[in-house]
Design a protein around this ligand. Structure first.
Ligand SMILES: [Zn+2]
Length: 411
């Protein structure tokens, strides 16, 4: 089995090793992907909610030209062996030096060690047990076995975690048998037998774990709890630690700055200002609806008055390029509800072309069938009842001919 160097030193970023085995993972038309096994490695393979390390492997080829490949994935196979996915194959037996991507490892250590703290604080303050952990690209989450946690309780948990970070307590690795570990009061024991690796946050938490961790709580840097979400097994808690927390805070500070510059106001006044503007917008909408109603009523009276034809047989045809479909519908209603002998063939081409056909109740023509036939023939959709129908056509240029055809059918 590969010796896992990160077990005893998660700050080991360079190491020497020998290639003990290779396998071809996949061969495309012109590219193969390879995996190599080493006798020892500092690369962490994806497991326990923590993603793999990336980095490089470097060797000397027979001709003396160094060969360097990037490590793109590190995974365990079914037998627990660690494999490093690389783009070019390295010969078995080759001596290599490995270089871990420090920034990624440090970030993973901050998030993962922070998770131990958070899980312990949740137990201590709320008796909420962690059932799973996921270290994501931007945000990490744990699922806890309670249905809900109040905002105040989350703040207490966050506060305790950050106090322990400020105390800079040592984080050490210990090994124990299952019985010993259980006597020590380990937070969550794994199912398997054999030696168990324990992560000890001095006088705060003791838990079984195979991941990479900081050497002291101070290195976690800080912990920020974000939103929570109900999930099947309880509650999902999002959190970020260390440099991620700074990055998130910076991004959100800048967003707040941009938003408050729009008003302009101090960031703290944003909620009140947004609430005020929303109330005003609602009033404006109500006022606009009232005005449109009045306008449609006046427009309807004007159109009936202007349209030639004897009372009882007026066909009003009009396309509105500067009014939306709602206004045209409203106008069609004003023209035909409570009137006699009026047919309205209206359209709006302000945005997507819309058509409305309507008639007074005393007439007998079938608006729904007529509109459906005409717009379907034009590649559009629509329909409705005998006295009121609406629909649309794909192209505004088709509106005029549809209106004319409808007018022709009525004659
Ligand atoms: Zn861990």
């Amino acid at each position: 089995m590969t010796e896992r160097l990160y077990y005893n030193d998660s700050f080991l970023y360079t190491f020497r090793a020998n290639v003990t085995d290779t396998q071809e993972l996949k061969r495309d038309a012109n590219q193969s992907t390879w995996a190599v096994k080493l006798d020892r490695t500092a690369f962490y393979p994806t497991s326990g909610g923590q993603p793999f390390d990336t980095g490089r492997l470097r060797t000397e080829s027979k001709s003396g030209v160094p060969l360097e490949v990037s490590v793109e994935d590190v995974f365990e196979d079914d037998t627990g062996e660690v494999w490093h996915r690389i783009s070019k194959v390295l010969p078995p037996g080759a001596e290599v030096s490995g270089l871990i991507d420090i920034e990624r490892r440090r970030d993973h250590m901050q998030q993962h060690s922070g998770q131990h703290l958070l899980s312990a604080a949740l137990i201590q303050l709320l008796n909420a047990k962690t059932v799973s952990f996921h270290l994501g690209e931007e945000i990490s989450t744990i699922d806890i076995d309670v249905a809900a946690v109040s905002r105040d309780d989350l703040v207490r948990v966050e506060r305790l975690s950050n106090e322990v970070i400020a105390e800079n307590r040592p984080i050490t690795v210990r090994y124990a048998t299952r019985d010993e570990a259980s006597r020590m009061g380990v937070r969550k024991l794994p199912e398997r037998e054999g030696e168990i690796r324990l992560i000890d946050i001095k006088e705060f938490d003791l838990n079984a774990c195979g991941g990479t961790h900081s050497q002291s709580t101070g290195q976690i840097g800080g912990l920020l709890i974000r939103r929570t979400e109900k999930v099947k097994q309880g509650l999902r808690v999002e959190f970020v630690c260390g440099l991620r927390a700074v990055k998130v805070a910076r991004r959100e500070f800048e967003l707040l700055g941009e938003a408050s510059a729009l008003y302009p106001c101090a960031p703290g006044d944003l909620p009140a200002n947004i609430g005020k503007q929303r109330d005003e917008a609602r009033l404006v909408q109500k006022r606009e609806a009232r005005l449109l109603e009045e306008l449609a009523e006046l427009k309807a009276a004007q159109l009936i008055h202007e349209t030639a034809g004897k009372p009882g047989a007026k066909v009003i045809v009009q396309n509105f390029e500067d009014r939306d479909a709602n206004y045209v519908k409203l106008l069609a209603q004003k023209l035909t509800k409570g009137t006699t002998g009026v047919v309205a063939l209206l359209a709006s081409t302000q945005s997507a072309p819309a058509l409305v056909f309507a008639r007074s109740a005393d007439l007998s023509s079938d608006m729904g069938t007529m509109l459906r036939e005409l717009v379907t023939a034009a590649g559009g959709r629509g329909g409705g009842g005998k006295d009121f129908a609406q629909g649309g056509v794909p192209d505004p240029k088709q509106v005029q001919s549809v209106l004319e055809e409808a007018q022709g059918k009525l004659r």
